[in-house]
Design a protein around this ligand. Structure first.
Ligand code: IDC
Length: 470
């Protein structure tokens, strides 16, 4: 990557993100103040993976992932969360009929997670609309063939990267039909919203399923930016929220902003949505983070590290601003990179630290084997395993204020406003906490098998709990 190109790109981004004069006069937004809670009402810190990209192309729409793979993931990294990929094509193979066998198989996998105390967010994944954008299924996943209308427009298959397909005329047309920009297929959005109703009807009483991520990386086709997010995207979200709430009053509904630009740290125009449930609204934000310098092919080293850190700052502030508008918790639904590149572990740790700092959950992209994932094709652990094996509060007996891990002193500090919801549980990885941990306050019990320290504290007041190795 030529550094001149990088500097130009980042400078443009800086202006668009308001990183110049305006940023200095804008107040820094506050950390996320709302949390997904467990059945005891404890605030959750969600830490896990996207599982998995393989679901995009398997005929049954399920990831090639076994219960043994999950055991290994827990043993190596102590995760408590998964963003689990589902596919509209598998759910609604013909218009208006939902494949209950597919939902059974998803439920079977959800049960694997439930048995191990994980929380599941179901992600209706798509990239590039669907696999029927080309006859040979060369790219794309998500939408069923019957919902794919290209009007004979071309989709060339000689793109250097998968993202470039988004600019192919046929792909843009498929999205324009979905968003009803063309006016020719107003039925498609309703199908999508009703497909969500079918999922919600199936999982509404499953305590392991905390919620639904309505659409992976929405792409506006020929309508982009604020016009898209406040227009057709908002319409889709409103309809899907209504359908879900008609059967499921309690699960969280997570919304994604448009991906282009916002993934890099640009502001989103995603508006507020009313939640028709009784009681507090349960609508959250599930954005992605892919810093531009790395998207352009740079590594997290030298000068590029400085630029990347700046874009991470814009991303954090702009995401928190959107979250204030949406009014709910934030789960970073995707971040990830090729772990064989220099500096990659530092970036992962940096993002984990950032999400800790502002009370966001996070899901790494992705759990698939290969250079981005924790294990290679033969199951050998790579550098990601060590970076993801990080101490964190799994569940907090109160409302978290801040959490920070200092790698050097191996001290995890959690500040929270205690309430009567139950004990705080902290995961402590073997490398930094070989014999478990000790708690600065309260009464601690160590479960060496699960590597979880349970701390009973006072149930009122602001507490600072520090965990250090025993
Ligand atoms: C990528 C997969 C890759 C696949 C491509 C297209 O890693 O094997 O060819 O999708 O389906 C996203 C997307 C996510 C991407 C990921 C990494 O949400 O589906 O997975 N990414 O490129 N947005 C930014 C990056």
């Amino acid at each position: 990557m030529k550094s001149a190109r990088l500097i130009t790109a980042v400078a443009v981004l800086a202006v668009l993100a308001g990183g110049g004069v305006a940023a200095a006069t804008r107040p820094t937004p506050k950390p996320v103040a709302r949390f997904v809670t467990d059945d005891q009402g404890r605030a959750l810190f969600l830490h896990g993976f996207n599982t998995a990209s393989s679901a995009k192309s398997t005929p049954d729409g399920l990831p090639t992932f076994t219960e043994a793979d999950l055991d290994r993931e827990y043993r190596d990294m102590g995760t408590n969360f998964v963003r689990f990929l589902i596919q509209w094509r598998a759910l609604e193979p013909t218009p208006g009929t939902y494949d209950t066998k597919y939902l059974d198989k998803v439920a079977e996998r959800v049960a694997w997670y439930a048995k191990r105390g994980y929380h599941v967010m179901l992600d209706m994944h798509q990239d590039l609309w669907g696999s029927d954008i080309t006859p040979g299924k060369a790219a794309g996943n998500g939408a069923p063939g019957w919902a794919t209308h290209l009007d004979g427009l071309p989709v060339s298959t000689d793109q250097p990267t998968w993202e470039m397909y988004y600019l192919e005329p046929g792909v843009i047309r498929a999205f324009d039909h979905f968003w009803n920009t063309t006016g020719d297929h107003p039925e498609l959005m309703d199908h999508y919203a009703k497909a969500w109703k079918a999922v919600a009807a199936r999982f509404k009483d499953d305590p392991a399923v905390i919620g639904y991520d309505l659409m992976n990386e929405p792409w506006g086709g020929s309508i982009q930016g604020a016009q898209f997010e406040t227009g057709p995207l908002a319409t889709l979200y409103r309809r899907s929220i209504a359908e879900i709430r008609s059967v499921d009053p309690d699960s969280w509904i997570f919304l994604e902003p448009q991906a282009v630009g916002v993934n890099w740290g640009l502001p989103s125009a995603l508006p507020h949505f009313d939640d028709p449930r009784d009681g507090q609204p349960r609508i959250g934000l599930a954005p992605h983070l892919y810093p531009l310098p790395l998207d352009l092919g740079d590594d997290y080293t030298a000068g590029s590290r400085r630029w990347t850190d700046r874009t991470l700052g814009w991303w954090r502030d702009n995401t928190l601003r959107t979250a204030e508008r949406v009014g709910g918790p934030v789960v970073l639904g995707e971040f990830g990179l090729d772990m064989s590149r220099p500096g990659s572990s530092d970036l992962v740790k940096r993002v984990l630290g950032l999400t800790d700092q502002v009370n966001m959950g996070r899901a790494y992209w992705s759990r698939d084997p290969g250079p981005w994932g924790p294990y290679d094709d033969r199951g050998k652990p790579g550098p990601l395993v060590a970076a993801m094996a990080r101490p964190y509060p799994r569940a907090v007996g109160g409302v978290p204020v801040s959490v920070a891990y200092d790698e050097k002193s191996r001290a995890l500090t959690l500040v929270f406003d205690a309430n009567e919801t139950g004990p705080t549980e902290i995961y402590l990885p073997a490398r930094d906490f070989p014999h478990g941990g000790q708690a600065s306050i309260g009464e601690a019990t160590w479960d060496a098998g699960r590597r979880v320290l349970t701390v009973k504290t006072k149930t009122a007041g602001r507490l600072t709990l520090t965990i250090t190795p025993r």
